[in-house]
Design a protein around this ligand. Sequence first.
Ligand code: 6GU
Length: 246
Amino acid sequence: MKFDIISIFPDFFQSPLACGIVRIAQEKGIIEVHVIDPRSCAPDSKVDDYQFGGGAGMVMKPEPLLRSIRKTVGKNSRLIALTPRGIPFNQNMAKALSSEDHIVIVCGRYKGIDERVITLCKPEEISIGDYVLSGGEAAAFVLIEAITRLLPGALGNRDSAESDSFTTPLLEAPRYTRPNSYRRHTVPAVLRNGNHAHIARYRRKMAIEQTLERRPDLLPYETFTMQDLNILLEVMNGKNSRHKTR
Ligand code: 6GU
């Protein structure tokens, strides 16, 4: 998978690309990442300008961006523009994008890019959430990491991508490592008694409980098994009795 990032801040990407699974995926040849600075396509190095109609903030000029896009986009490329007005990014989009060969990501500044770039190139416009960033650079890395970790061979243990929150649409159960007792808080006994069926049920229960508490909108009722429904009842009864005690 090849990523081309079009950004006026190429330095931004140095350290995130040099860490963790994104670094390893590059070393293994699973991904290749290049950053193109539109300044290299601007004879006078001017990549932004005041907006017509007035208003604070600069807008990215069309010519340097269009030249950068033309230089990188081929027949089989997905072209993405990062902007707060885009479709909200999620795990399903990461999964769909992970089967592409070449992704070109245009990082807009917050005040945006000249609308004619959008009209002429028709990129998919993607946002990473309902808040404002000064530019798309941080968002570009979010996409790259979310996509890269889904590529075969990128994670040491395939299982750890499969059990992630949002792949199974439940939040994860709490995790523990050594020591067993830390400041008088001990690890739940069920996790240490070696009964794998009990452990699986406990984790499922905790996942359902966490999701009900924090993201009830995510609960996948339509795929719930009988056991899940029993767990859900248990969790809800537990909650009621906890509130009733006094
Ligand atoms: Cl992709 N860009 C900017 N500038 N702000 C954002 C965003 C993107 N996603 C959420 N906020």
